[in-house]
Design a protein around this ligand. Structure first.
Ligand code: ACM
Length: 637
């Protein structure tokens, strides 16, 4: 007898029951598919496995990827055959003329006799295979031969397709440099969860990372900076004669290779050239591009050059902007976008447009004259003038311009696509005036922020817990869905010195974003998601992908009570954990007092140490929280 899970959910039977049932059958899919029907038994991969395809060239390539993975971990070859129908005990990949299968969607049927995967286009087959991997033992992701006696796939019928066509991740390759191989590995990681856009942030104050053949100094000068390691933003200013040994860039051949690699995995690479702010690397290479034309500027090494007073305002200690009143700037940008447009098949080019400090424009005579000539009344309109010129350049290369939501300030260029990062209000406003939008709000999708208490995490700024990122919905109420292309998370790399740490910041929050952009909204369920995330942790271990376990750590709330004393409230992000604690400077375990009610601090205690357990198993890390820190948070002197 078949169990119809979507119907069970619709009937409102508890999600805990759903979790148990999925757990019983070892089905832990992320993102959750549109529908699953579980069957009886399972398909066991035979020793001599055959993958049958209906003959399409692209399908054959996908079959080769699948065969490559299976033969690597199983240690014996897989045969690929062309046929019109499945063979017994085979995996059958077929393209169907059935137009009821949505774009990128697939139908997967696993029975004890065979596996059949059907889609209307190759991308659907590719996503069906990602699902198939998640149905197989985690060892399918091993880097080498795996010790698995029987490779089985539970009997199941899945119908699936994405909620949004744009399912992106931004990787900042500027603040820290990631090699071509690292980017390829990153693509392999993201496609497992059906992401399909890799937004490469290629230029910024700290580097220019793409070869532009007509402007060689961009990479001769702009790709390199003085090396620094430690607390980003607090580094010493490089000495004038200090060797610039940190950095790198992608040659156009490198980028072509990456684009092809991504394409074979159904990922589009979106290039971002961030102007007119965030342009110090360009300015260091070609000082005549600023209003100040100061030739002493150099690529920033993580030393302070912008001041952020903390209320959303900022000012620059030097001019990192392109001058909107200088025609040479538009000639420069024409060269850059000509080469970028030729290189990248992506229909969009992202021109940044964010966080442009305009203090140097205000002082510039050339800007004043331009504003008078063009009737521009303020700095927003001046930036809008610049953005519209950039939009015209990008359109002239046959591409659509995309930019951060600041491109709306002073008037939005026709047909510009808005990437909404300062919350979703910019995207909502842009959709209201019929502009296409990608939502990547900092309050849900900035995966470079803290995911646990700052006392127990590497330094960054602001907080985004997994549970909050799971609430991401790229389609806010009242917004016309036809303008929302989708959503993405952003992995800025100021504090990501290594790819290992980039992984730690991305996973598991990237899983929450993946489910938010792929799965039907009604299918999202936090407790069930956590259950699947925990299973995914085991798979990440096998894959040797680093991830954060901060969801197991307690949340501290410091409260000043009516008598002015500190009360400490502890909670957990997920259910089923017990918190143990100590004030005596020793490390707690599950034989220590369990947290039951808000804690008062014993006289003279200096630190609270906490740890979480599930039953007898330690789940979180031991966190040492200074009482002084909690008093500061509760505003107790
Ligand atoms: C941004 O985070 N400045 C787009």
């Amino acid at each position: 007898m078949k169990k119809v899970l979507p119907v069970i959910l619709l009937l409102g039977i508890s999600c805990a029951a759903f979790s148990q049932r999925t757990a019983k059958k070892n089905i832990y899919l992320i993102p959750q598919p549109v529908s699953i029907l579980q069957g009886e038994g399972s398909f066991t991969l035979p020793y001599q496995l055959i993958i049958v395809t209906t003959g399409n060239k692209e399908l054959k390539k996908i079959a080769q990827q699948l065969a490559g993975r299976l033969s690597l971990v199983r240690g014996h070859p897989v045969t690929i055959k062309e046929a019109k129908a499945a063979l017994p005990k085979s995996i059958f990949l077929s393209l169907s003329a059935d137009h009821s299968i949505p774009k990128e969607g697939y139908r997967l049927k696993v029975t004890p006799a065979a596996v059949s995967l059907t889609a209307a286009e190759p991308a659907g087959i590719f996503y069906g295979i990602q699902t198939l991997y998640q149905l197989l033992p985690g060892e399918i992701l091993s880097k080498t031969l795996a010790d698995v006696k029987q490779w089985t796939i539970p009997a199941v019928t899945i119908e699936d397709y994405p909620r949004f066509g744009w399912r992106g991740i931004l990787l900042d390759v500027v603040r820290h440099w990631f090699t071509k191989q690292q980017v390829k590995d990153f693509i392999d990681d993201m496609v497992q969860f059906k992401f399909n856009v890799l937004h490469l942030h290629l230029t910024d104050d700290q580097g220019w990372r793409l070869e532009i053949k007509s402007l060689p100094k961009l990479t001769e000068v702009g790709a390199w900076r003085a090396p620094r390691i430690g607390r980003w933003g607090e580094f010493t200013k490089p000495a004038p004669d200090e060797p610039k040994t940190y950095g790198g860039f992608y040659t156009q051949d490198d980028m072509r290779e990456l684009i092809q690699y991504a394409k074979e995995r159904y990922v589009t690479i979106l290039p971002e050239i961030d102007v007119p702010g965030h342009s110090l690397a360009a300015v260091a290479s070609y000082p005549e591009l600023t209003c100040t034309t100061d030739s002493t500027y150099e690529v920033n090494a993580g030393n302070r050059f912008m001041i952020w007073p903390g209320n959303g305002t900022f000012y620059g200690l030097l001019d990192n902007t392109l001058c909107p009143a200088n025609e040479k700037v538009y000639e420069f940008l024409d060269k850059v976008f000509t080469e970028v447009a030729r290189l990248f098949p992506c229909p969009y080019i992202h021109m940044g447009g964010d966080e442009c400090y305009k203090g140097y424009w205000e002082k510039s005579e050339a800007c004043k004259q331009l504003m008078q000539k063009e009737g521009l009344k303020d700095m927003h309109e001046l930036q809008s003038y610049f953005v519209k010129r950039v939009s015209a350049i990008i359109s002239s290369k046959g591409k659509k311009m995309m930019g951060w939501d600041e491109i709306m300030d002073g008037g939005l260029a026709d047909s510009a696509v808005v990437m909404s990062w300062q919350g979703m209000k910019g995207g909502t406003a842009a959709a209201a005036v019929k502009h296409a939008v990608v939502m990547s709000p900092n309050d849900y999708a900035y995966v470079d922020l803290y995911q646990g208490d700052p006392v127990a995490e590497p330094p960054t700024y602001s907080m985004l817990r997994l549970s909050k990122s799971y609430q991401f919905d790229p389609l806010p109420p009242g917004v016309d869905s036809q303008y929302i292309l989708g959503g993405q998370c952003n992995l800025w790399s100021e504090r990501l010195y290594t790819m290992r740490h980039a992984q730690y910041m991305l996973w598991p929050r990237g899983l929450a974003i993946a489910e938010s952009v792929w799965s039907p909204k009604g299918k999202k369920n936090w407790n069930d998601f956590v259950h699947r995330v925990e299973n995914q942790f085991h798979r990440f271990d096998i894959e040797e992908i680093k991830y954060s376990r901060s969801l197991y750590d307690p949340i501290f709330t410091a409260v000043k009570d009516s008598s002015g004393q500190l009360q400490i409230v502890l909670s957990t992000e997920i259910e089923g954990l017990t918190i143990y604690y100590s004030f005596d400077e020793t490390y707690p375990d599950n034989f220590y007092p369990a947290y039951r009610a808000p804690l008062s601090v014993p006289k003279d205690a200096a630190n609270l140490k906490v740890v979480t357990y599930r039953g007898k198993e330690q789940m979180g890390k031991i966190i040492n929280m200074p009482i002084a820190e909690l008093k500061k948070r509760a505003k107790i002197n």
